[in-house]
Ligand binder design. Structure first.
Ligand code: FES
Length: 182
């Protein structure tokens, strides 16, 4: 009597998995085809789940790390434009017989008012880079680090410094004190 219903042809077995072995009589070996077919399905499911978990993990990692990295890494600093002259303050800030240091581009500039005569020169000692200041009682620019002495205009008087102080121009317009390149 012909078998009906459960008979599985070799071509149909291919859908469940490769190489469903047949016995010498042509019968399917019990259990193997289904087991091998499920292994393939299981592998694909694991692979898919692995990708989903990996993707979710990547999104969580990025959303967690981004604010931390943004907090740690400082924003880029915009370089101030180099100018040829600049209003650095009010003329009243440097009264007679005094000196004051101003920032001009990347330089520190000492403006001296000696009895109404305004001069400006670099405030950085040419010996080892200390800041100089105006000594009104001695009428000179003095470096407190190793005793370098300069004239009001920056020329060397005495001390270990190899070079004079670089000169700058200074003028008053209205109330404004303006420094420019020499
Ligand atoms: S740094 Fe000015 S004298 Fe040495």
């Amino acid at each position: 009597m012909a078998q009906q219903g459960n008979f599985k042809s070799p071509s149909r077995m291919g859908g469940l998995g490769e190489g469903a072995p047949l016995s010498s009589s042509g019968a399917v070996q019990a259990g193997k085809p289904r087991e091998q077919g499920l292994k393939g399905v299981d592998f694909e499911r694991r692979s898919f789940l692995g990708k989903v978990v990996g993707g979710v993990g990547a999104v969580v990692a990025v959303s967690t790390l981004y604010p931390i990295v943004k907090y740690i890494v400082p924003p880029p600093v915009k370089e101030a434009a180099i100018v040829s002259e600049l209003i650095v303050g009010k003329a009243s800030e440097v009264p007679e017989n005094s000196g004051k240091i101003y920032q001009f581009n990347k330089d520190k500039v000492l403006v001296v008012n000696d009895n109404g005569k305004l001069t400006a020169c670099s405030a950085v000692c040419t010996h080892l880079g200390c800041l100089v200041h105006w000594e009104d009682k001695d009428n000179l620019i003095f470096c407190p680090c190793h005793g370098a002495k300069y004239k009001q205009t920056g020329e060397i008087i005495s001390g270990p410094q190899p070079l004079p102080l670089a000169p700058f121009n200074v003028r008053v317009e209205g109330e404004n004190l303006i420094i420019s390149k020499a």
